[in-house]
Design a protein around this ligand. Structure first.
Ligand SMILES: CC(C)(COP(=O)(O)OP(=O)(O)OC[C@H]1O[C@@H](n2cnc3c(N)ncnc32)[C@H](O)[C@@H]1OP(=O)(O)O)[C@@H](O)C(=O)NCCC(=O)NCCS
Length: 497
């Protein structure tokens, strides 16, 4: 599958076909090729070299420590959404409750300092992050740009996808369109045909890589198609061959402002991965473990991201902020804001953008966006409102005594940045989150196949089975009473009982 020896860095491997990139052809194997040859290594080849070592690490861990216990499993874990239960292998990132996310060991400020940028001091290129997630190494600028080039060559979205989207009922939510659009891209892709041909398990990662890179490449165009057909009358804008992956997404949506392009690079970088247990990541992983291909598993993950307690919270934050300003005006007093938060709680709703299942401090993804706003839009009224909320909401949530983390998460801030650059349609926001999430979950999907991880199949428990384990004596009586009551009800003896 890999070209043998020498410099093959202008060649992209698509399935088994080798294609000379337009850029290399244009450079006539001149300066660009020299640059690529001396400074870059091909991403897939770099991965191929890393995989045997990681397979061996996994084998020895399993062989030498496979039966060692990690942690006691409590009843709370079983009935509380598996909080704190270490139950899956996830290589691309790790979340610390106090410190927040690290991508292959790097915090967000470290990513910003170390990953290649378009301009000095600018935001990281998500392509560099993808290289890091896949290889565990910070890429050179040339390596990050080689990923941009690879993605550009895979980016075409076939016309049938638009026809499928057009068949949806008018008013279909953009996340529904994203999920359907991803499924429409799936037909006849690499992994499923390789599997049908009987390709060996140890080679599964190679075609999963092809599908994953294709899907990552096509997502900006798919997202932009959804945006333009939903909000801009369906006038589509082609990508630019000069722009990177994230900037092209903004461009195809209709945003040419370089500030917006920088924001999009930052946005796409920080939303990419949040270890494996969150709904979108875990779903993608679970479905992929059945050897469903990257399109099937990613679409499943996106259906999870579309839930209001997960990714859709960014849409909900904006709605909530808009309602707040509609009621209290654009510059409300803090006291009025406090009352509004209390009313939200009293009505039985959650305050969107606050709280987290794992984090116990302010989300560093929130802080990163706040710093971006302080730098580029310090006087923007909506940013000021978000800052005021930071001073009010945690205190109000803390007073309830039941919310484990009263601090803001990533979704509390993202919508305001998008609003500032003119992307005002909040129902679309989760699609942008989803495009970014592809980087993390699909990178992990490639590793899951490279490591030969098995089909996921945790044990579930009935209430009676749990009771029998922790209170065997009482439960027998309770279960007997419940069984008798059920039998009595079915005999119509309720009144007598
Ligand atoms: C993210 C979230 C789902 C985590 O849920 P969790 O792990 O169950 O959180 P907790 O253990 O702190 O929840 C304890 C209680 O506080 C409530 N709670 C948590 N965050 C809350 C919030 N922001 N507003 C109001 N109530 C909240 C929970 O609903 C739960 O109430 P219950 O016992 O009546 O069911 C939750 O914080 C939330 O709903 N936040 C708002 C939505 C959001 O921003 N989601 C994006 C997350 S990145």
């Amino acid at each position: 599958m890999f070209a043998q020896g020498g410099c093959r860095l202008g060649l992209l491997v698509l399935g088994e076909a080798k294609i000379l990139t337009a850029a290399t052809a244009a450079a006539g194997c001149g300066s660009l090729r020299r640059l690529l040859c001396t400074e870059t290594r091909d991403l897939k080849r770099t991965l191929a070299e890393l995989i045997p070592g990681q397979q061996e690490r996994l084998r020895s861990l399993k062989r030498d420590h496979g039966s060692e216990p990690l942690k006691e499993v409590t009843v709370d874990m079983v009935i509380g959404g598996m909080r704190g239960l270490p139950a899956m292998l996830w290589e691309t990132s790790l979340l610390d409750p106090e410190e927040g996310i690290r991508f292959r060991g790097l915090s967000i400020p470290e990513l910003q300092a170390q990953l290649p940028t378009v301009a000095p001091g600018g935001q990281p290129l998500p392509e560099g992050l993808l290289w890091l997630l896949l290889t565990g190494k910070v890429p050179s600028r040339a390596e990050a740009l080689s990923v941009s080039e690879e993605l550009r060559h895979r980016a075409h979205v076939p016309p049938q996808v638009l026809r499928v989207l057009d068949a949806l009922p008018p008013g279909s939510h953009p996340m529904t369109q994203l999920s359907v659009g991803v499924m429409a891209l799936q037909v006849g892709r690499h992994f499923s045909s390789a599997y049908r041909r009987g390709v060996a398990k140890r080679l599964h990662w190679e075609t999963v890589y092809e599908d994953s890179m294709d899907l990552i490449a096509k997502l900006p165009q798919l997202a932009a198609i959804i945006y333009r057909r939903t909000y801009k009358g369906g006038h589509f804008i082609p990508p630019s061959h000069k722009l990177d992956w994230a900037a092209n997404l903004a461009l195809m949506m209709g945003y040419e402002d370089v500030g917006c392009h920088e924001m999009m690079r930052m946005y796409q970088t920080i939303h990419s991965d949040h270890e494996g247990g969150n709904v979108s990541a875990h779903t993608t992983h679970l479905v992929g473990s059945a050897l469903s291909d990257p399109y099937l598993s990613f679409a499943a993950g996106m259906n999870g991201l579309a839930g209001p307690l997960h990714g859709l919270a960014n849409q909900e934050v904006l709605r909530w902020l808009k309602n707040l300003t509609a009621k209290l005006g654009p510059h409300p007093e803090k006291e009025a804001v406090r009352k509004y938060v209390e009313e939200t709680l009293a009505s039985g709703k959650v305050v969107p953008g606050y709280g987290h299942a794992v984090l116990r401090k302010t989300d560093p993804r929130y802080t990163c966006q706040r710093e971006f706003a302080q730098r580029y839009m310090p006087e923007y009224p909506m940013f000021k409102l978000v800052s005021d909320l930071y001073e009010v909401v945690p205190e109000v949530l803390g007073k309830t005594g039941k919310i484990k983390n009263p601090w803001p998460n990533v979704d509390a801030h993202s919508g305001v940045l998008l609003q500032y650059y003119g992307i005002t349609e909040e129902n679309f926001y989760t699609v942008l989150f989803g495009v970014s999430r592809a980087l993390g979950v699909l990178a992990q999907g490639i590793w899951s196949r490279a490591l030969g991880l098995p089909i996921e199949r945790p044990k579930s428990m009935t209430l009676s089975a749990l009771e029998n384990l922790v209170m065997p004596h009482t439960t027998t009586a309770t279960t007997a009473a419940t069984t008798a009551a059920t039998a009595a009800t079915s005999r119509g003896e309720e009144a007598a009982a």
